[in-house]
Design a protein around this ligand. Structure first.
Ligand SMILES: [Zn+2]
Length: 312
């Protein structure tokens, strides 16, 4: 992109790329930052990425699980998500009143007054990460088999962080493979995916760098948690510049949770030891946006190698 001269208005490159995507008909504006419709051309790439990940992971024989983008409120509270990320959570609230309450509700709406106190928390919240629903479900099955477990999961996820950066959507698809087992099994999985994930992004001919990362924990206590996460090398991200060279976008992440989830839910290996867990997560929209950024909006003119990987 060319430098902005001193006489031009300052244009935020993140907002500029979003406007380009909307003008080109790839994303559809809803009027809310971070919530977009997707066009056929955008979904063509999304489907191809999902298929490419499926081809890559099928030899590992994962157990496939799919959930709607909702999580039981009990599991959500148990997970501790509200401790770390209260600012990102999306809860679901519903009207449960009688006819008089309904009249009051409509009056409030009519008068532009707050009507949210007539809503009650539902038994579900919006899924914050694709792997969250599986831990309590696997724990309920009892001890893991000797070989542990590998799960393929994918979902729309919600994070309340409205932004003009199209790479920071409020709802987006996350595809994950999750390993649950002994420390050795889980660390081997993580090591393997650091290489495989990187090689896969390189096959898409995207400029990628790998770096240690931390989750966006809330508040002052959160800063300490973030430092601990970096010190223990629990999270690696595969970064591709999309809307910024200085702040490249995390397109794939490899996360090691140690025994965080087996301290909450009784995930146990065959010997009754606390299971370790790790996940590799693919940000489907982010990878799609990186492809459009680096190879152009015309899919037919993408490099032959990229097309061969996506549409073999
Ligand atoms: Zn995960």
């Amino acid at each position: 992109m060319s430098a902005v001269s001193s006489s031009s208005p300052v244009v935020d490159p993140k907002g500029a790329y979003r406007d380009e995507l909307i003008a080109a008909g790839l994303l559809i504006s809803t009027g809310v930052d971070g919530i977009y419709g997707r066009s056929a051309r955008f979904e063509q790439v999304v489907d191809a990425l999902q298929d490419s990940i499926t081809r890559m992971t099928t030899p590992d024989k994962p157990e496939l699980m799919r959930f709607p983008p909702l999580l039981s409120r009990k599991d959500f509270l148990d997970s501790g998500y509200l401790k770390g990320f209260p600012h990102l959570a999306g809860t679901v609230h519903c009207f449960c009143g009688n006819e008089a309450d309904h009249r009051r509700l409509l009056e409030c709406v009519e008068e532009g007054k707050d009507w949210s106190d007539m809503q009650e928390a539902a038994e579900v919240v919006v899924t914050p990460a694709a792997c969250y629903p599986i831990y309590p479900i696997v724990a309920r099955r009892g001890p893991l088999p000797a070989e542990g477990l590998l799960v393929d999961v994918s979902s729309y996820c919600f994070r309340h962080e409205p932004s003009i950066d199209p790479c920071r959507m409020q709802m987006f698809r996350m595809r994950e493979n999750v390993r649950i087992g002994t420390a050795e099994q889980v660390l081997a999985f993580r090591e393997d995916w650091l290489k495989r994930g990187f090689a896969w992004v390189e096959k898409l001919e995207l400029p990628v760098a790998i770096d240690l990362a931390n989750d966006p924990f809330f508040g002052r206590a959160g800063k300490l948690m973030a430092v601990g996460q970096i010190d223990q090398q629990l999270k690696f991200e595969m970064l591709v510049p999309v809307t910024s060279e200085e702040n490249p976008t995390a397109c794939v992440s490899c996360n090691y949770h140690i025994t965080h989830f087996s301290e909450i839910w009784p995930l146990r290996d065959q010997n009754g030891e606390m299971a370790h867990t790790s996940c590799v997560a693919f940000g489907i929209e982010r990878i799609t946006l990186a492809l459009f950024r680096h190879h152009g909006f015309d899919i037919d003119s993408w490099p032959a190698g990229v097309r061969a990987e996506l549409w073999p």
